[in-house]
Design a protein around this ligand. Structure first.
Ligand code: SAM
Ligand code: SF4
Length: 321
């Protein structure tokens, strides 16, 4: 069992399988993003070894993220290998939906039931403005197909001041007919200098207050390690959630490790890299003791972790979200 310095059990890993992306969301990266060489990425075999090692220490849930995971060649066979690892009980995936549509039957066949789709606007022109790419129709096609295949869909909406706050109610309205969970995420300072960031005007409370002006919200029970505060709206097929990602109210129950596409391990989204699993594997060193040690030095929360982390703002496409 992996535990940290503050008696939190770690049973969830978020693994980035590529740093590359086919969108350029302003809150995530600059237009001209530098990607790493392919040889720097964890290989399929290294990913499997890494996850086998983590599963032997109690990791039971894996979220595949990126960059855009569907840009990694051979993603579906890699997912099948991960699925076969003893102890891995749940695989989830976070995607921007641009290429996802054609792989949905494969996901379904693999028993991958949870897909998080990132979508920050319901307006095609605004989509172009936010992502710097004209791929709205492809993402909507993915949404339709995910629902047609009865996958559990969460739509991640990053709430950006003066960009999409007028769409909180339209997004909540989407849950009237669609059985999706729309989760409004506070913007975090990980844009790799994609745009200036000096804190947020829209936190989870502002978001909820705005939604309450239009809807009655009933609090739903949250799963034990949920980062989202979830609510139902009477008569709606789906539900909504808010994720205080910048306010960091959920650190006390954090059960996750993050591993980048190049093997950097973070014990906190806001903190520095604690070690590099790829380098340890390539030099034949043991992984688990290094990971345990990193967890023993884990900061108590995202504010403490942030104080340990100087330098230029990272891009979320490198961290994996
Ligand atoms: N490309 C995939 C996607 O967009 O779903 C997976 C990787 S992306 C880095 C993972 C999640 O992080 C997405 O839901 C995205 O909206 C979110 N994200 C990226 N940058 C963010 C930021 N600065 N603040 C809050 N969320 C962010
Ligand atoms: Fe790409 Fe996802 Fe970052 Fe947007 S949020 S640029 S889709 S990695």
């Amino acid at each position: 069992m992996l535990t940290d310095a503050h008696h939190r059990i770690i049973d969830y890993v978020r693994l980035s399988v590529t740093d590359r992306c086919n969108l350029r969301c302003t809150y995530c990266m600059p237009e001209h993003m530098r990607f790493v060489k392919s040889s720097a990425l964890l290989t399929d075999a290294e990913i499997v070894t890494l996850l086998e090692t983590l599963a032997s220490a109690g990791i039971s849930k894996v979220r595949i993220t990126g960059g855009e995971p569907f840009l990694r060649p051979g993603l579906i066979p890699l997912l099948a290998s991960i699925k076969a690892i003893a102890g891995i009980q749940q695989i989830a995936i976070t995607t921007n939906g641009v290429l996802t549509h054609r792989y949905i039957p494969d996901l379904k066949a693999l028993g991958i039931t949870h897909v998080n789709l990132s979508l920050d606007t319901l307006q095609p022109q605004r989509f172009h403005q936010i992502t710097r790419r004209d791929r709205f129709a492809a993402v909507m096609q993915t949404l339709d197909s995910l629902l047609a295949h009865q996958l559990q869909v969460k739509i991640n909406v990053v709430v950006m001041d003066q960009v999409n706050t007028d769409e909180l109610v339209p997004f909540a309205a989407l849950t009237r007919e669609l059985p999706v969970s729309v989760r409004f995420i506070e913007e975090m300072p990980f844009n790799g200098q994609g745009h200036a960031f000096s804190g947020i005007n829209w936190n989870y409370e502002t978001i909820l207050d705005t939604l309450r002006e239009r809807y009655t919200l009933h609090k739903l029970p949250d799963a034990p390690h949920s980062t989202a505060l979830n609510y139902s709206i009477p008569g709606h097929a789906g539900n909504i959630g808010v994720i205080p990602a910048y306010s960091r109210t959920f650190c006390g129950t954090c059960n996750r490790l993050r591993i980048s596409a190049t093997g950097s391990v973070k014990t906190c989204l806001y903190g520095p890299d604690a070690l590099n699993a790829r380098d340890l594997m390539r030099s034949g060193e043991a992984l688990l003791p290094a990971i345990q040690q990193a967890l023993h030095h884990r900061a108590a929360n995202g504010f403490a972790a942030e104080r340990l982390h100087a330098g230029t703002p990272e891009s979320m496409s490198v961290i994996g979200g």
